[in-house]
Design a protein around this ligand. Structure first.
Ligand code: SF4
Length: 244
């Protein structure tokens, strides 16, 4: 498929807006978000249930060229493609981030339950791997979706990508450590951020800070970049406010 052909395929979009990046290493940057509709997971603590279905209330079918124009009109050069799940396989929406990467700096927030782009998929849209970055979840047991993790995705991550562990209890923290230990050889010295993010309103951030302090030696000895990641947008605005 050519880029021109792709531009004619409607994509289900929940919302497009400018805000601060709320999480991870880009937190605090002014960015534009494209929230793509539809998700094949159902995390117990999901805070964007309104993006579950491609035909849900408020979802608009938009042509990629129009999405690009809307983003250009907003003016940010940094785009976060989020969802829902942007990378669901077998769907046209999967290619919106690589299409947009021709025009903007694109970060993809993905559940970790869909396979990351192959080199061929990137090249089909004229994109090199360095032109796109991922913030990929590893689902912990508290999400009830840990069976959906595609762990081989970890081997595809590079510097400036991020893993995110959303944690709701101690079991989730211990699970995260187990996964990090298992994939340590890929993560060590890689420049991949390991974000620990508490479920808002369920875990006090100081629990994560204590956990990071307790494991500092392990992280340092293994050249692992572990960090607390809070959802800034839920601190700046009411936690359930949309479009921020
Ligand atoms: S992957 Fe994201 S959008 Fe999908 S259910 Fe989980 S938190 Fe919600």
């Amino acid at each position: 498929m050519t880029i021109k052909e792709y531009e004619q395929i409607p994509i289900p979009v929940v919302e497009i807006f400018q805000s601060i990046s709320g999480e991870g290493i880009s937190a605090g940057n002014i960015v534009s978000f494209v929230r793509i509709a539809g998700c094949n997971l159902r995390c117990a603590w999901c805070d964007t249930k309104y993006s579950f279905n491609e035909s849900g209330e408020g979802v608009q079918m938009m042509l990629p060229a129009d999405i690009r124009k809307t983003l250009s009109g907003i003016g940010s050069n940094e785009i976060i493609c989020t969802g829902g799940e942007p990378l669901e396989e077998g769907k046209s929406k999967r290619f919106l981030p690589v299409y947009l990467a021709n025009f903007f700096k694109v970060r993809v927030e993905t559940s970790g339950g869909s396979i990351l782009y192959s080199e061929k998929e990137l090249l089909n849209f004229g994109i090199l791997r360095d032109q796109i970055s991922y913030c990929m979840d590893i689902k912990c047991p508290g999400s009830k979706m840990d069976h959906k993790n595609l762990y081989n995705n970890i081997f595809e991550l590079k510097k400036n990508d991020e893993l995110k562990f959303v944690v709701i209890n101690t079991e989730d923290l211990l699970f995260s450590l187990e996964i990090i230990e298992k994939y340590k050889s890929s993560l060590s010295g890689s420049g991949i951020a390991l974000n620990f993010s508490p479920v808002f309103g369920s875990v006090d951030p100081d629990v994560i800070v204590d956990f990071l302090k307790e494991n500092t030696k392990y992280f340092m000895d293994n050249s692992l970049w572990a960090r607390l990641s809070l959802q800034l947008h839920k601190i700046v605005w009411p936690p359930d406010m949309r479009g921020v």
